[in-house]
Design a protein around this ligand. Sequence first.
Ligand SMILES: NC(=O)C1=CN([C@@H]2O[C@H](COP(=O)(O)OP(=O)(O)OC[C@H]3O[C@@H](n4cnc5c(N)ncnc54)[C@H](OP(=O)(O)O)[C@@H]3O)[C@@H](O)[C@H]2O)C=CC1
Ligand SMILES: O=C1OC[C@@H](O)[C@H](O)[C@H]1O
Length: 393
Amino acid sequence: MASLYGFAKRLYLVFNPPSPKEPTASPLRFGILGAARIAPIALILPVKSHPDAVVTAVAARDQGRADAFAKQHGIPKAYGGSGAYQKLLDDPEIDVVYNPLPNGLHYEWTMKALAAGKHVLLEKPSANTAEETRKMFTFAQEKGLVLLEAFHYRYHPATRRVKAIIDSGELGTLTKIEVNFGIPGFFVKDSDIRMVYDLGGGAMMDMGCYAMSISRYLANADPTKVISANAEVLPKFPRVDVSTTATLAFPTSGGTTTNGSADGLTATLLTHFRLPPLLGFLPRWPDFSVRVSGTRGIVDLSNFPAPWVHHNITVESSEQEGGRLRKRTEKHYGNLGWTTYRYQLEALVDKLRERTPEHWYDAQDSITNLEWIEAVYKETGLGSRPPSTAQVP
Ligand SMILES: NC(=O)C1=CN([C@@H]2O[C@H](COP(=O)(O)OP(=O)(O)OC[C@H]3O[C@@H](n4cnc5c(N)ncnc54)[C@H](OP(=O)(O)O)[C@@H]3O)[C@@H](O)[C@H]2O)C=CC1
Ligand SMILES: O=C1OC[C@@H](O)[C@H](O)[C@H]1O
């Protein structure tokens, strides 16, 4: 009963965030490129409770869509039409651009935003290729601007706790990481940007980027090799994986490279846009789980991309106590009503205000993540998503 009340209160506060008690006089002004579905939860709601951030403008390819989005979310300016994105970038009243465009447009519009002198919060995965990611971060550095790939899950106390458990050595030497990121069929329709190859579609891009990121984060290392990778495609989308399963070798916690040998650390990433119904007809619940096994124990985190909705951290020791295995469950929700995105915003604003964020990751993290996504695509035979052909600064 208490947990049901906690759940309801948490969600209420996520969608009805309290206004900040002491808003700053000159908050950071965000502009959103595209009236994207993800923007309200990822930026608009988090900004409402931040004392030092506001959303000032949205741009959409269609004026009506921009106006409707701005009205719905109380955004003062709405740019619409074919030149709308550039108009938003040229607006001197915008300090930070949020780029939730399709993956294949991340590079073009991030480069243009940086050229216009704006900091950028960039949706995941950062681009279609690691080379593009490298170019964006190099350009941001040259311009003295902050560019952040939005791996929001990293900032949440639940993820941070799992990382601390692993780093404490409680699990012994790591042997296996298993990440599942699958959703039932109705979410990703045939018309979705995730099904368009040129726009950077594919399950390994969309969901695999999280799976790759969290396995590298929890392993505290980068892979050494793709051991196997298999993609499932539909005849009408021959270059877009609706599902990819990949196994990668990692150096063990002792630092020795396994090169895929059975006794080292491996990570298996399972991504699926259209989890088949149970028994052929029962709709599946999304599966967003990560399990890390070591020589002395196992930790499970359920719902790692959205732990703020609900999660369990279960730690099981392989050592017996009184004839039984030791097992405990923890929960770490952090500040009431704060989502992963709210924690991410806190870190970004801290960085922009030259304070030290509680958590941060550097450019190389984003570059390496895409390098290994591309390596997985290579192994599946589908190859990388196409690089942008846009003229950029
Ligand atoms: N952090 C997270 O939890 C999540 C991140 N994402 C990421 O956010 C991004 C957007 O995802 P999502 O919000 O689901 O996508 P949507 O399809 O809802 O939004 C994409 C936006 O891109 C714009 N756009 C510009 N060019 C095109 C084009 N050629 N085709 C289609 N759209 C175009 C559209 O803007 P306009 O209004 O101008 O027409 C649209 O609003 C992706 O990179 C995805 O990976 C997605 C979901 C969750
Ligand atoms: O968090 C997410 O869940 C569903 C995905 O399709 C989406 O792009 C991702 O960011």
